[in-house]
Design a binder for this molecule. Structure first.
Ligand SMILES: [Zn+2]
Length: 731
């Protein structure tokens, strides 16, 4: 006898175990079958599953189970991402609790510490993927820092370099001269502070600035293009009396300028301000570096060269006042200042970073989508991809992180005396300086042993090599942007270039992910996939909307509206949570967390259970089915629904397929047909069993646990697991 109600807690783990023991998730490479492959977008290895991950897994598992039931050789590859910056920051927070920071470690030890930290957490997210019933092939599980992935990604970089597509170029970073390191945007704190605002005389203008010491790096003054006070000046040059003699500056018009700030005129210092840097790019202005990596003014500052920023500001202001070049000083100006974790002022600085030339890579990637070789669903998202591709700039792929794949570039010590290096010396103290200076008191082997970071100047000589070229070389300390490694994920997970898996399963069929990483991730995979193999890595892209909070707002810790999927799994079961979220995706747009639907689908799971309880006592007739009009009707309806659901799934219309099957099972099979056959159960037993069996199959990709549980209650053991049955009417 079946229990009165379906209790998800009683079944989920044991059914998962049965699937796993039966090995049904493991792909075989059967040459007589059609491969069907999906690569799971790798969640953060040290993160926790969020509602977006649940939706992603639900949709992909529908596709995978559906294709498995249609007789394809399916492969769904799981994996996790090292999530460079995010993970390193999380780890550093942990370190802080122990009173330590990254500066207590050399690069190698610090990396190993994060490795241990991540290994401990990795099991958590993998356990959550399992809990969701994801029928991924765990024998092929990958991590973005697995040695074979690192080797493959490094080799791609080498190939790009050999093809002339790699160069070092300027990039604006948050640099702290005090700490001697750069910080990611999210590591920077923005504080409100009162600083003097100086109104400086600049030729015919007066302009306001809090940083008069950077005036030696000015390459223009800017006004708003529609500001009637200054319109006529745009494009002209002004003569400015400076502290190192008179000079000329161009006047540019740029929308960025706020006419209400100060006098409506600003100086443009592209080398030391992110907004000025962008303006500089828009107007082709040169960047002149005023503050060096040591935090002191450079030679361009003339007699102020060598002063710290703080001293220089004071001295410059005194000298400007003496020359009558300051109109007024607003002592009560409050503004937002960027500071590092230690509270030092951050100096926006242009540093050489590694770039990929994009033009030859993006042209075929744009074409592949335009000519339909890669189809994007929903179709209206295609435009986002096309726009992004058309406006793409060269890709800065280096990050000043330790946690990541280290760039395989090497600097020969004797050829690069100007490398700026931080290392822990034999006494355990951190030393920063130019390599040539450091080598006066330290051996190169010691510098390399304690190495924390290096900054190579623009003209540094380097070679690219996946192996250490010699003992007198130091490796770049920057790591790759995580999108560079995850941009090769379909290849790395399939063992590109030589493996049997790669030959059989590539290109994959569908890439399914949230729309917000279409530009960052999907575009990169298409570019690198075509570059390396000549083929796009997938034939279709399905983009789901973002799950918002119950109140429709974006989930965020600060709003306190983050939904923990585990609580819903506990209360309503995996099936209800999965199906509820899938039903929410109907339009492909963002949607509020569909709590009511989840409750509704928990009831539906119970409905399936109760239909089975009705049928359970009736033995399936061994003899030919006796059919009357009602039987004929439900069998016809069943076929219509199965075929229609197939069509919906082929077009990635998951919510419609789910709704259709739900309507059939609840309102036609249960409400109408079961009522009608109440008095002729024995006679209708063949039809009852057939419709139940096919209904379970249709529901299985959407609600794998309850369907498998009911299947095993009703159908004899020799039929095997539901997961391995054939999808009804699939031919
Ligand atoms: Zn600092």
């Amino acid at each position: 006898m079946m229990d009165k109600n379906y209790d998800h807690k009683k079944f989920e783990d044991s059914i998962n175990k049965q699937w796993s023991e039966a090995g049904v998730f493991t792909a075989k490479r059967d040459p007589s079958k059609k491969p069907y492959t999906i690569v799971l977008p790798p969640p953060n290895a040290s993160g926790k599953m969020h509602t977006g991950n649940v939706l992603m897994i639900a949709i992909e598992d529908i596709l995978i189970r559906w294709h498995r039931m249609r007789g394809d050789e399916v492969l769904w590859i799981p994996g996790t991402d090292h999530a460079g910056t995010e993970t390193q920051i999380t780890f550093e927070k942990e370190l802080k609790k122990q009173g330590k920071s990254r500066f207590n470690y050399n690069r190698k030890d610090f990396y190993e510490e994060i490795w241990k930290f991540v290994q401990n957490n990795k099991n958590l997210v993998e356990g959550q993927i399992k809990k969701m019933g994801a029928s991924v092939d765990w024998t092929r599980n990958k991590f973005t820092l697995d040695p074979d992935v690192v080797a493959m990604v490094s080799k791609t970089f080498e190939k790009l370099n050999n093809d002339g597509l790699i160069y070092r170029g300027d990039y604006m970073v948050n640099y702290c001269p005090n700490c001697g390191t750069t910080y990611a945007d999210i590591e920077i704190d923005h504080i409100e502070r009162k600083d003097p605002l100086y109104y400086l005389k600049y030729g015919p203008f007066v302009l306001a600035t809090v940083r008069p010491e950077t005036k030696f790096g000015d390459t223009a003054v800017a006004v708003h293009p529609d500001d009637p006070r200054y319109k006529e000046w745009i494009g002209k040059e002004i003569n400015v009396e400076g502290l190192n003699g008179p000079f000329k500056l161009k006047v540019i018009g740029d929308e960025y300028v706020d006419p209400k700030f100060g006098s409506g005129v600003v100086k443009v210092t592209p080398a030391h301000d992110p907004n000025d840097y962008e303006m500089g790019k828009r107007h082709n202005l040169p960047s002149i570096k005023v503050v060096g990596l040591n935090g002191k003014l450079t030679q361009v500052a003339g007699k102020y060269a060598g002063m710290t920023v703080f001293t220089a500001r004071k001295t410059v202001v005194e000298d400007l006042e003496a020359k009558g070049l300051i109109e007024k000083i607003d002592e009560n100006y409050v503004h937002s200042v960027s500071v590092c974790k230690a509270g030092h002022d951050v100096e926006p600085t242009i540093l050489p970073n590694w770039f990929i030339k994009i033009d030859s890579l993006r042209a075929p990637a744009l074409e592949a989508v335009k000519n339909g070789e890669v189809k994007i669903f929903p179709k209206w998202r295609t435009l986002t991809y096309v726009r992004w591709m058309e406006n793409m700039h060269d890709w800065a792929i280096s990050r000043q992180n330790i946690w990541g794949i280290r760039i395989p570039a090497w600097y020969k010590a004797v050829e690069n005396p100007e490398l700026v290096i931080s290392f822990i010396n034999s006494e355990g103290s951190v030393v920063t300086g130019q390599l040539s200076e450091l080598l006066k008191n330290n051996k190169l082997t010691e510098v390399k042993k304690g190495l924390q970071t290096l900054i190579a100047p623009a003209g540094a000589k380097y070679i690219i090599s996946t192996n250490e070229p010699g003992e007198d070389y130091i490796q770049e300390t920057d790591t790759f942007d995580t999108w560079f490694s995850s941009g090769q994920w379909p290849l790395a997970t399939l063992g590109y270039p030589d493996s049997e898996d790669f030959k059989y399963f590539y290109p994959t069929n569908v890439l399914e992910t949230g729309w917000e990483i279409l530009s960052k991730w999907v575009s990169r995979m298409v570019m690198l996939g075509i570059y390396l193999t000549g083929k796009p890595p997938f034939k279709a892209v399905y983009l789901h909307g973002i799950v918002r909070a119950l109140d429709g707002r974006k989930m965020s810790k600060s709003l306190g509206n983050v939904i923990n999927p585990e609580e819903y799994i506990e209360e309503f079961g995996v099936d209800a949570l999965r199906m509820g979220l899938v039903a929410g995706t109907a339009t492909g747009k963002d949607f509020s967390f569909p709590r009511d639907r989840i409750i509704g689908y928990k009831k539906f799971a119970n409905k399936l259970w109760n239909i089975a309880r009705f049928i359970e006592p009736i033995r399936a007739s061994e003899v030919e089915m006796t059919k009357n009009g009602d039987d004929q009707w439900i069998l016809t309806e069943l076929e219509v629904v199965a075929r229609k659901a197939n069509q919906y799934l082929e077009k990635f219309r998951f919510a419609e397929a789910a709704e259709l099957i739900y309507e059939f099972v609840w309102h036609k099979f249960a409400d109408v047909y079961l009522e009608k056959v109440k008095d002729r159960r024995e006679e209708a037993s063949g039809t009852l069993h057939k419709v139940l069996s096919d209904s379970l199959k249709l529901c299985h990709p959407f609600m794998p646990f309850v369907t498998e549980a009911v299947w095993q209650e009703i159908f004899p053991q020799e039929e095997g697991l539901l997961i391995s049955q054939r999808w009804p009417f699939s031919n």
